[in-house]
Design a protein. Structure first.
Length: 306
């Protein structure tokens, strides 16, 4: 870390001090001004930085950079004559220009953060699942509703090829053909979620895909049997319209050349990850804490009515 001396603690010197005190590579060692009530002097004292009215006692070999902000040519010349060859002397005009650029950079970063935050709020406020991919087919945006529908977290989805997250996704095809289509799985799951609940809808779609991968139905009747069995196991009741919609939906998927073995492998891997977590020390700790919470909750309720 390089040591800095600021000579001149008026408006310009104060602005530079505010910026440099946040630096991880530069350390302001001393601030000099003839007026001990100058704003830069007062700020330096609150930051625990040395202050003085004369720069000469502080100009040692330990000072790497001098920033002269007095605007006085005589002071600048005196500093240039007194410093050693290794010490860098920066005129106030240059220092202030750099300071302004750095301030503008920070303003731009803050503006970008605010815009990103606003975009994320809008992106997550919609009731539709939204997934955005880049030109290579990798997920770059994944909103909250998409997480609920698909059952995959944003952290798990971002950066992965979209078909690893949604095996039935047509987004890569849309990317190549430039055609605009809705992702059918997300649409279908969302529609089902309105009548049987989001969790049940996501679980039902996943269960049907898993059974299709295992049994490979050859006709509508076999497909309907799979859907009926999956719904029965999840204690979900489907209307005739919902049943037909699911049959039509999964028939459409046949035209997409989906590797159902890959779908099955992904579902099994997800199950294994959950199982391994629950059996791990971390998972057991989580379950213990969950048990403790419910025990506390029950005891609290009892105490209220006792």
């Amino acid at each position: 870390m390089q040591n800095v001396m600021i000579v001149g603690a008026g408006k310009g010197g104060t602005a530079i001090l505010k910026i440099l005190k946040e630096s991880e590579v530069l350390k302001v060692s001393v601030v000099i001004d003839r007026n001990l009530n100058a704003p830069g002097i007062l700020l330096a004292r609150t930051e625990g930085i040395n202050t003085g009215t004369d720069w000469q006692p502080y100009l040692t070999d330990q000072i790497d950079i001098i920033i002269e902000v007095t605007g006085n040519e005589v002071v600048f010349q005196e500093l240039r004559n007194a410093k050693n060859k290794q010490t860098v002397l920066i005129p106030g005009s240059v220092a202030f220009l750099v300071a302004k650029i750095m301030e503008e950079k920070e303003d731009l970063i803050e503006k970008h953060k605010n815009e990103s935050y606003q975009q994320e709020l809008i992106f997550n406020a919609t009731n539709d699942g939204m997934v955005v991919i880049d030109k290579n087919g990798k997920v770059i945006l994944f909103n909250t509703r998409a997480q609920e529908i698909i059952g995959v977290t944003k952290e798990q989805a971002i950066g992965k090829y979209v078909v690893e997250v949604i095996p039935t996704s047509r987004l890569p095809f849309i990317l190549e053909s430039r055609r605009i289509e809705a992702n059918q799985e997300m649409v279908e799951t969302a529609k089902l979620g309105d009548s049987i609940g989001d969790e049940n809808a996501a679980a039902l779609i996943a269960k049907i895909k898993e059974e299709i991968a295992k049994k490979k139905p050859k006709n509508d009747q076999e497909l309907q049997n799979i859907i009926e069995q999956a719904a029965k196991e999840l204690n979900v009741k489907l209307t005739d319209e919902e049943m037909q919609r699911l049959i039509d939906f999964f028939n459409k998927l046949k035209d997409l050349n989906i590797d159902w073995n890959q779908v099955s492998d992904q579902l099994n891997k997800a199950k294994d990850r959950i199982s391994n977590f629950l059996q791990s020390e971390e998972g057991q700790g989580f379950l213990d804490k969950l048990k403790q919470f419910f025990t506390w909750l029950i005891d609290t309720i009892k105490s209220i009515f006792s």
